[in-house]
Design a protein around this ligand. Structure first.
Ligand SMILES: Nc1ncnc2c1ncn2[C@@H]1O[C@H](COP(=O)(O)OP(=O)(O)OP(=O)(O)O)[C@@H](O)[C@H]1O
Ligand SMILES: [Mg+2]
Length: 410
């Protein structure tokens, strides 16, 4: 028969009952509160050390790898965004009892059509999180016609199929944030419906608080049921083109370099100007200081080069060229683009200042007549359409028919 313990001292450290705050006694052994704390620390340490599946997924390198498949260029932005997202989810998944780690919302800034929305969307896809995109221009202060800020959360909840818990860890992308900049002094006499008021309204939500929103997506009416959502775990990414901010940056930096350098950089690459951006420029642009202060990370998205636009045309997983080739293949037509044609398309997109956003539209215009005639052309034996530089500039494409093997033009 086992001998019962005397229960007067800890079996782990040997301290007696009188020397410890608490001694927990079992049938075979006793343990003091100090030893329990020590064991707990060991267990927590091990839990942190063990790389879980989720931790592997949240590795910024893996997130960037995934983005690389879809987004050309923008390396700095991809790295910054991957780290921000990874840190954010580490924070919400491992709350510390001792340190309150603050939220880092992201402000993305750069020309139209260069990948801001796309990067945010791809990150949400990668993490399989509810993702809501909304447009700041549609948001108004409560009481005005238009959507109020709570509608952003309503959208996120509906993206999460009504699951509040899931929604409260999602990502919200607010586009066109530059459009809610305060207008000039002269217009501030009347109440600024779309500017400062909206920034004020967004502050609380972005910073992280418990927000009360109507339980349905329908318009609020008195007595409608309300639900609460904690926005502390929601990552807010705001994006905007901030047209004209380069002038503000240049004004400030040029003022610093009086004398010789003051006028030399008129043709300076705009990407270099944006690298100098600081929060003062955003405030001068019309964002209120409290609003700017809610963003821990400001990311520059760069203007794409012509070569990068060509890469976007052909290299990404769902590049426009691959998409059209697939669609023509369904009609049994092979679609080819000559290298010069791709450069010409990229050049046009740059000229139009639409960047990558304009690429698809340019190709669509070129291919529309062939898409329209595809069925008849195939009946006549068409097997290949080749797009040359001249096709991009309005001439017909080179078409190869199988039946007579002659090159013909349409
Ligand atoms: N860097 C990129 N790599 C690959 N495709 C891109 C890139 N940038 C943009 N695109 C393409 O252009 C489209 C438009 O880009 P996106 O919506 O991300 O632009 P944006 O920067 O958010 O512009 P805006 O300021 O007008 O909202 C994307 O759907 C994508 O097809
Ligand atoms: Mg966008």
């Amino acid at each position: 028969m086992t001998k019962l313990k005397d229960h007067h001292s800890c079996d782990f450290c040997g301290k007696s009952k009188e020397d410890v705050e608490k001694l927990i006694v079992g049938e075979q052994a006793a343990i003091c509160n100090d030893c329990i704390n020590l064991c707990n620390d060991i267990l927590v340490d091990e839990k942190i050390k063990a790389p879980t599946e989720q931790a592997k997924l949240l590795n910024p390198v893996k997130i960037k790898d995934y983005l690389d498949d879809y987004v050309i260029g923008q390396d700095d932005a991809k790295i910054a965004l991957s780290v921000a997202v990874s840190q954010h989810f580490k924070r919400i998944n491992n709350p510390s009892p001792d340190i309150e780690i603050e939220k880092t919302n992201v402000l993305m800034l750069g020309p139209t059509g260069c990948g801001k929305t796309m990067m945010a969307r791809k990150i949400a896809d990668y993490l399989d999180l509810p993702f809501a995109i909304c447009d700041a221009t549609g948001i108004t202060e409560a009481g005005y016609v238009g959507d109020d800020v709570e509608s952003i959360l309503t959208r996120l909840i509906s993206e999460a199929d009504g699951d509040l818990e899931k929604a409260s860890q999602g990502i919200v992308y607010i586009d066109e944030i530059d459009k809610i900049a305060k207008k000039g002094e002269s217009t501030s006499i009347t109440r600024d419906v779309s500017g400062e008021g909206v920034q004020q309204a967004l502050l609380k939500m972005i910073e992280g608080s418990i927000m009360r929103i109507p339980a349905t997506s329908k318009r609020k009416h008195p007595g409608s049921e309300m639900q609460e959502i904690d926005t502390r775990g929601i990552l807010f990414i705001c994006g905007g083109a901030f047209v004209g901010i380069d002038k503000i940056i240049k004004q400030r930096t040029d003022a610093r370099s009086v004398g010789f350098h003051a006028n030399v950089n008129t043709n300076e690459d705009s990407n270099a100007v944006y690298k100098d951006l600081n929060t003062k420029d955003l405030i001068k642009y019309g964002l209120i200081p409290e609003f700017v202060g809610r963003f821990g990370l400001i990311i520059n998205v760069e203007e794409l080069t012509e070569e990068q636009l060509v890469q976007i045309l052909v290299e990404t997983k769902n590049s426009p060229v691959k998409q059209y080739q697939y669609m023509f293949k369904l009609d049994s037509i092979k679609l080819e683009f000559e290298k010069d044609a791709l450069k010409e398309i990229a050049g046009k997109a740059k000229e139009l200042k639409t960047n990558a956003r304009g690429l698809k539209n340019i190709i669509e215009k070129i291919l529309l007549p062939y898409q329209f005639d595809a069925v008849e052309l195939v009946e006549r034996g068409l097997s290949l359409i080749r797009i040359s530089k001249n096709t991009v500039n309005g001439e017909s494409a080179i078409m190869i028919f199988d039946k007579n093997k002659n090159e013909q033009t349409k």
